[in-house]
Design a protein around this ligand. Structure first.
Ligand SMILES: NC(=O)c1ccc[n+]([C@@H]2O[C@H](COP(=O)([O-])OP(=O)(O)OC[C@H]3O[C@@H](n4cnc5c(N)ncnc54)[C@H](OP(=O)(O)O)[C@@H]3O)[C@@H](O)[C@H]2O)c1
Length: 193
């Protein structure tokens, strides 16, 4: 059993990823960490996790987890992925894992130095539907691919939401523009998983 600690009380974690981890046969969520201990404890109680921490650092220093899931604001992904790796924990980090391609090199170095796995939680690279599209394109089922047009839209006008705060990694491209980009690169095998 891989024991996951959840780094923050983010919506994507509490609504989708934590229930999925709890459903998996080989994983279990054993801890939540938040900047606010009461919030961490509330989620630990809700999901039956035995541990709650009032800081991310405390959870990384503990021996009650083997891996972390990181759904922090995008600007903090690289920093906390590296801190988790340095603490000897495997990392599943929300997309986009970095805002600059050059930061990936530091993640790879941290991964290799600490002999852990670091993975980006991009559903495209694991979803059967996109694996099938990649296979069909490889077989030229639709002939020679000439052009891809992609769109991903929704409304979010809340100025306090991190998606609208550039300093936290907000903005259209890092938030959802990455989806058509990564999907195109993945199905055309420019991006390997
Ligand atoms: N893979 C997907 O399909 C998918 C879907 C949605 C979102 N995401 C990604 O997941 C990440 C989180 O998204 P979300 O909508 O779930 O976020 P969210 O609900 O706003 O949660 C972000 C969490 O980060 C922590 N945090 C630390 N510093 C913060 C700061 N300065 N400002 C705000 N929060 C801070 C907070 O936890 P504490 O207060 O508990 O410390 C907060 O609960 C983003 O990178 C996003 O791109 C991925």
């Amino acid at each position: 059993m891989l024991r996951f600690g959840i780094l923050s009380t983010a919506k994507i974690g509490r609504e989708l990823v934590v229930p999925a981890i709890q459903d998996a046969e080989n994983c279990v969520v054993t801890a939540f960490a938040s900047r606010d201990l009461a919030k961490a404890r509330a989620l630990s109680d809700r999901f039956g996790a035995p541990h709650a921490f009032g800081s991310y650092e405390e959870m990384l220093a503990s021996d009650v987890i083997d891996a972390v899931y990181i759904p922090l604001p995008t600007s903090q992904h690289v920093e906390w992925s590296i801190k988790a790796a340095e603490a000897g924990k495997h990392v599943l980090c929300e997309k986009p894992i970095a805002l600059k391609a050059s930061e990936i090199e530091t993640l790879i170095a941290a991964r290799d130095r600490n002999k852990v796995l670091i993975s980006e939680a991009f559903m495209v690279t694991y979803a059967p539907v996109w694996l099938k599209v990649r296979e069909l394109l490889r077989e030229k089922a639709i002939g020679e691919l000439k052009h891809v047009q992609g769109a991903f839209t929704y409304f979010n006008r809340d100025p306090s939401n991190m998606r609208n705060i550039p300093e936290l990694g907000g903005g259209a491209l890092p938030d959802i523009g990455v989806y058509p980009t990564i999907t195109t690169r993945f199905v055309t095998e420019k991006e390997m998983a």
